[in-house]
Design a protein around this ligand. Structure first.
Ligand SMILES: [Zn+2]
Length: 255
């Protein structure tokens, strides 16, 4: 079974808390049979985005067939955020964008003008935009889904499918909004069936949050998918082919 992890974090530390280094991260991927991981920052949510984006790109350059970096910018700073996004997406190593409104401390409505410009920029580069969702006050699933309406040409991914409290609204939005996707990363084991029912089989992606915690979470999240007993074609789409499509792996194979 081919597995692409659409939600992971690669950074050696989160403030003073040690996380996984590059070697341990790749060892975890190998142990769990993950072919490719989309990697996000942690410290980039708090400050120097260009520095952290370059750090992520460095990991991917060392492991170009395994790691796909997603850029992070801070919408609160306005136009310079759009410039940084353009800078990174001009480099083909970046294939997606990650926002964590909750840790980055912005409500989408408060940065609407910049957010709109950022989503339009991502859409021009055909880069999917994954948001942390499921956490008040800045990142409820309602607030994230709303942005998919602002820029219908953008590919928006609910990074946690509603997490614990918003799985049902996530499903309702997925049913209504064709540019909304969902990363199954965090909701309960049985919720995957509901999300596939609402979104259809083409807009649900596997994700783990690996790197922020140990390889065990990766194994557990893989089990959550296999235990849902989806039909084989849907399972293959969730584990890899939907992600491969959003990352344009057929047109531009990782090399
Ligand atoms: Zn995460």
């Amino acid at each position: 079974m081919r597995i692409i992890d659409f939600h992971s974090h690669l950074q050696t530390h989160w403030f003073r808390q040690p996380l996984l280094d590059e070697k341990a991260f790749l060892a975890g991927m190998d142990k769990c049979g993950v072919e490719v991981s989309c990697i996000f920052t942690m410290m980039g949510f708090y400050g120097d985005c260009p520095k952290e984006n370059d750090l992520l790109a460095g990991y991917a350059r060392r492991h170009p067939k395994r790691l796909v970096p997603f850029v992070t910018v801070d919408p609160k700073i306005g136009p310079p955020a759009v410039e940084e996004l353009e800078r990174c997406l001009a480099d083909p190593i970046f294939r997606g964008v990650k926002f964590h409104n909750w840790l980055q401390a912005f409500a989408p409505s408060m940065a609407r003008e910049t957010m709109t410009a950022l989503l339009q920029c991502a859409a021009r580069h055909r880069a999917p935009v994954l948001f942390h969702d499921g956490t008040p006050p800045y990142a409820t699933t309602f607030q994230i889904a709303q942005m998919a309406r602002w820029v219908p040409e953008a590919t928006i991914v609910l990074g946690h499918g509603g997490l614990a409290d918003y799985v049902y609204p996530a499903g309702q939005y997925l049913r209504e909004m064709p540019n909304l996707h969902v990363c199954y990363c965090g909701p309960r084991a049985g919720d995957l069936i509901y999300l596939v029912e609402m979104a259809g089989s083409d807009r649900v992606l596997f994700g783990s949050d690996f790197g922020f915690s140990s390889w065990k979470v990766l194994a557990e999240r893989i089990d959550d998918v296999t235990e849902a007993k989806l039909d084989a074609s849907t399972e293959a789409k969730v584990f890899a082919s939907n992600a491969a499509r959003l990352l344009h792996l057929d047109e531009r194979p990782l090399s």
